[in-house]
Design a protein around this ligand. Structure first.
Ligand SMILES: Cc1cc2nc3c(=O)[nH]c(=O)nc-3n(C[C@H](O)[C@H](O)[C@H](O)COP(=O)(O)OP(=O)(O)OC[C@H]3O[C@@H](n4cnc5c(N)ncnc54)[C@H](O)[C@@H]3O)c2cc1C
Ligand code: SF4
Length: 282
């Protein structure tokens, strides 16, 4: 295997694709390679060429979660999502760009089962163990997207700048289909460079998890209020980070038998989050 250290983002993107992968903090990519779920002949180390750090509303994709959780410029929902993610060691290495692109934690997928998302015929979780799986958007694949950070950024209305384009974060994700089982729209040779995160009047991130620390979201709820408009987004409930149009939309959830409890948790956390960001009464 080869490790490249490009000196510009152009050099990095031209080295990507064709069996090579971008390496940032490596907290996701290295375990996937160790487990044989990702194969790469070449790793392209991008920490020297992707911006990092915080400048007002702009966040470099190479900024670590540890840097974000303590910076007062960062809206509360994003700080709370970072603080409650993973462990201090992982947050010190893991970047926000890599966090947005992490793969599902579905145990069938992680164990290399030939399931639908891996290109096979069947979703094993549907009839098997699926307590941590999806409650919406789960027609084909019932995995639950694990990023707390993505839910916070969705509620905050973040935009993404890549080496090719600029777009709303929601457009980074897509539900997988029979024809295309990817859950992101990022091209293999496209790098996330920067995020722009508007400053809300109030925001919050609430997370239900199995342990108080170092645990992926069972359900994560982010809410952000801009003047009289409040946006809500959920983690851990669908194969992609999920925008909730209104609390009532939870009544349209399609849980599996083992994930029905998540709908109850989501209802409660959404109510608490909305209370948390409500404008003070005059
Ligand atoms: C045990 C464990 C627990 C965790 N718990 C949580 C949790 O509770 N909540 C949560 O939100 N997250 C959690 N995480 C995820 C963690 O936050 C991510 O692993 C980390 O942020 C990934 O960042 P990285 O820089 O290490 O990415 P890498 O491992 O370097 O890369 C991950 C992927 O993103 C791609 N990539 C990275 N940067 C870019 C870029 N700028 N442009 C294009 N592609 C890029 C890589 O090619 C790779 O495919 C957990 C991870 C572990 C291992
Ligand atoms: S939930 Fe998705 S990743 Fe998990 S077994 Fe089913 S198809 Fe595969």
């Amino acid at each position: 295997m080869e490790l490249l250290r490009p000196s510009s983002s152009e050099e990095a993107t031209s080295a990507l694709g064709n069996g090579s992968r971008a390496l940032a903090g490596g907290t996701e990519l290295v375990p996937l390679m160790r487990d044989g779920l990702v194969r790469a002949d070449t790793l392209v180390y991008i920490r020297d060429v992707v911006p990092s750090g915080i400048d007002g509303t702009r966040i470099g994709a190479g900024t670590t979660l540890a840097e974000l959780e303590v910076d007062p410029q960062i809206p509360q929902a994003l700080r709370e999502a970072c603080t409650q993610a993973a462990s201090p060691q992982l947050r010190s290495m893991g970047t926000i760009g890599g966090n947005l692109l992490q793969a599902t934690r579905c145990w069938y997928w992680r164990l290399g089962f030939d399931c639908w998302l891996h290109g096979g015929e069947k979703c094993f979780a549907r009839d098997g163990a699926h307590r941590e799986h999806a409650m919406v958007g789960n027609e084909q694949c019932a995995s639950a997207h694990p990023s707390d950070v993505a839910a916070a950024l969705l509620a905050l209305g973040a935009t993404v700048r890549t080496t090719r384009r600029e777009f709303a974060l929601a457009e980074l994700y897509r539900l997988p289909t029979d024809d295309d089982r990817n859950v992101t729209t990022l091209a293999p040779d496209e790098l996330i460079l920067e995020l722009d995160v508007p400053t809300p009047d109030a925001s919050i991130y609430l997370k239900a998890m199995d342990r108080r620390k170092w645990s992926f979201p069972i359900v994560g709820v982010a809410a952000a209020r801009f003047d009289s408009e409040t946006r809500i987004a959920l983690a851990g409930v669908a194969p992609i980070p999920w925008t909730l149009d209104s609390p009532a939309a939870l009544e349209d959830a399609t849980p599996l038998p083992g994930t029905a409890y998540k709908v109850d948790i989501a209802r409660t956390l959404v109510r608490r989050a909305l209370e948390g960001v409500a404008a003070p009464s005059r």
